[in-house]
Design a protein around this ligand. Structure first.
Ligand SMILES: Nc1ncnc2c1ncn2[C@@H]1O[C@H](COP(=O)(O)OP(=O)(O)OP(=O)(O)O)[C@@H](O)[C@H]1O
Ligand SMILES: [Mg+2]
Length: 605
């Protein structure tokens, strides 16, 4: 007799995620710490943004001892925000229930989209340390803050509250969430916490961040902590654009059917018009023209069969639809980016570009790029530039090869803008290239949202933005290059000029006074005259707003002469001298270049 088939069981969403946490960012010890931090910070930023609060976030990542997993540490991650707070009855849903979110399918450019993030962190804490999330939260309406531990009831996908109490809190509203997890702290490198924090700061100019991390020595085993504050550079809140509905031409059949379940007892025509962008009465008429009956659109959505769904879907794909509106995308803006990038270190010069929102793959998209040369990285001239990638203002730190952003960077000819670049790679040098892609419908390659899917249209749009930023940057690089070249020429004349004067004086039997005059004249022509040099220095100091200038510096005027800039006196250009490019010239002390003040889009410090 044939054996009865095994009993079919179903599992809760929480059960699924608890077994597959690697899919949502908990695939290694290092990632576990980063993901936990990231989920909490992203939520804090989203919550502040929605309630028009300028975010001030403080965070702690601290090693507490050894973890329970082999080779892991016990890590405490705490994030404290000044956001709106969470109603007491919502606390278990937020931290202990999967697919509980205020952001589902809203067509907004929020960081969170899925309702998974923070419950996954709670699950990881529970699995590795047998404790859930420790939460304190207070809304303006609450007299006292609520404090409790939330755990995920994995069998039933429910949040369970423990140790609940109320307390007086020293803030009117906000949320503090703390996890004790197994993991490992990595501060530096692409997957490091600092990379995440720097990136977050860059694309959130309105954020004030205080972070408490182990000192470098602490990372090795000690527990010393260091507090760093990064002040906001903008008090302008991001303008949250109107939400937009998805576009029918971006849906797969399965998504199309799943989307209908959100509407249920609605007429087909109402579902299409309400649930999708760019669908109106004209679209329904056009569909009737393809052979569908008018009565079909009067049916209830939940009465449609799979065959009917498929037929409707196919017909929709074959009618023209207007591309979606681009009004739903959110921009950081060139001005704010220009200020923010200077928080990442001592910047020589930078360029930023915010492209106009556009449509890629029928989805509204906005690409912004910031490129900066950092003074403290000049030692790394042969290393690849640091690439910072962002999707909806969340830093992406893994799986970069497959990412649309990296692919776009590799296709740009950076040599044309003065950067070194090995064939078909990212350029090299002490630069940061930051690329932010914002869209209400970003397509990630996986659920852990680490890589933006590299569609041809999106790669091209990013590439165009990079080219624009590269062109703006090249203005500075070329200026510097020309100044270096000029300095080399001057050095040659300086070296051979006196020998020439000597020889000429001997031939013409000139006396010492005349010889001295000729030598002084030569120095003057070279612009090495002491008075001229100090004027140039003063001029440069004024431009820098009084900042210290190194002594061997500058030939601002020479640069001005070269560039025809109105500022400063112009010096006479020396006549032709042996020409050699800066990169191949004999090494000497490189002159430091002071460039003109920044414009809105590009700048120099
Ligand atoms: N610090 C906070 N302040 C206020 N509300 C919060 C905070 N953290 C979370 N929430 C609320 O809890 C919900 C669930 O958060 P969760 O991180 O699980 O999902 P999400 O952010 O919506 O999506 P994703 O899974 O992509 O992160 C959020 O949608 C938000 O409404
Ligand atoms: Mg979230």
């Amino acid at each position: 007799m044939a054996k009865a088939s095994a009993k079919i069981t179903t599992s809760s969403t929480a059960e699924y995620f608890s077994k597959n946490l690697q899919q949502v960012g908990f695939s290694s010890q290092v990632k576990a710490v980063l993901t936990t931090l990231k989920e909490a910070v992203d939520n804090a930023l989203d919550a502040c943004e929605e309630h028009e609060i300028l975010p001030e976030i403080e965070l702690w990542v601290e090693k507490m001892g050894s973890g329970t997993l082999k080779g892991s540490d016990k890590i405490r991650v705490r994030v404290l925000d000044n956001g709106p707070g969470i109603d007491a009855e919502d606390v278990p849903k937020v931290f202990g229930e999967y697919l509980a979110s205020s952001k589902f399918g809203r067509g907004r450019c929020s960081r969170g989209q899925q309702g998974i993030g923070i419950s996954a962190a709670t699950t990881w804490a529970q699995l590795t340390n047998a404790t859930g999330a420790r939460v304190i939260s207070k809304t303006k309406a609450m007299r006292k803050a609520v404090s409790c531990t939330v755990e995920v009831d994995i069998k039933n996908n429910r949040g369970v509250v423990k140790d609940r109490e109320t307390l007086d809190w020293d803030r009117p509203n906000g949320t503090s969430v703390e996890f004790t997890i197994d993991g490992r702290i990595q501060l530096n490198g692409e997957a490091g916490l600092l990379n995440y924090l720097n990136g977050t700061v860059l694309v959130n100019p309105h954020l004030t961040l205080h972070y408490n991390l182990p000192t470098a020595a602490g990372e090795e085993g000690g527990k010393a902590m260091e507090r760093t504050t990064v002040e906001r550079v903008s008090t302008v809140l991001p303008q949250i654009p109107e939400a937009t509905e998805p576009h029918l031409h971006t849906m797969k059949l399965g998504e199309f059917i799943a989307h209908s379940h959100l509407f249920g007892r609605t007429k087909v025509s109402a579902w299409l018009k309400k649930g999708y962008s760019r669908v109106n009465e004209g679209t329904i008429k056009e569909l009737i023209g393809t052979g569908l009956k008018a009565s079909f659109f009067e049916k209830n959505v939940d009465a449609l069969t799979d065959v009917e769904f498929k037929d409707l879907y196919t017909k929709i794909q074959n009618i023209p639809l207007m591309a979606p509106s681009t009004r739903s995308v959110l921009m950081i803006g060139e001005e704010a980016l220009a200020k923010s990038i200077q928080r990442l270190g001592v910047v020589d010069f930078f360029s930023v570009v915010s492209r106009k929102p556009t449509i890629c793959d029928f989805k509204p998209v906005e690409v912004e790029v910031a490129i900066a040369r950092l003074q403290d990285r000049v030692g790394e001239s042969d290393d690849p530039v640091q690439v910072l990638r962002f999707a909806n203002r969340v830093p992406l730190q893994f799986d970069k090869a497959a990412c649309a952003i990296v692919q776009a960077i590799q296709t740009v000819n950076w040599r044309a803008y003065g950067l070194g670049q090995p064939k078909e790679s990212v350029p090299i040098g002490p630069y940061i290239i930051a690329v932010s892609v914002v869209s209400p419908f970003i397509k990630f390659k996986n659920a852990s949202k680490e890589t933006v899917d590299a569609s041809e249209e999106l790669v091209e749009e990013i590439r165009r933005t990079l080219i624009q930023a590269g062109q703006r940057l090249s203005k500075y690089i070329k200026k510097e290059f020309r100044a270096n070249e000029l300095e080399e020429k001057l050095r040659y004349i300086e070296q051979f000029g006196p020998i020439l004067v000597d020889g000429l004086c001997r031939i013409t039997k000139s006396n010492d006074a005349r010889k001295k005059k000729a030598q002084d004249g030569l120095m003057k022509i070279l612009g090495r005259d002491a008075d001229a040099a100090s004027t140039a220095l003063e001029e440069a100091q004024k431009k820098l707003g009084g900042a210290a200038v190194e002594a061997d510096v500058i030939d601002v005027d020479a640069i001005a002469a070269e560039e025809q800039m109105p500022a400063g006196k112009k010096v006479k250009k020396p006549k032709a001298a042996p020409s050699k490019s800066a990169s191949t010239a004999p090494t000497g002390k490189k002159p430091k270049i002071i460039l003109p003040k920044k414009t809105a889009q590009t700048g120099a410090k």
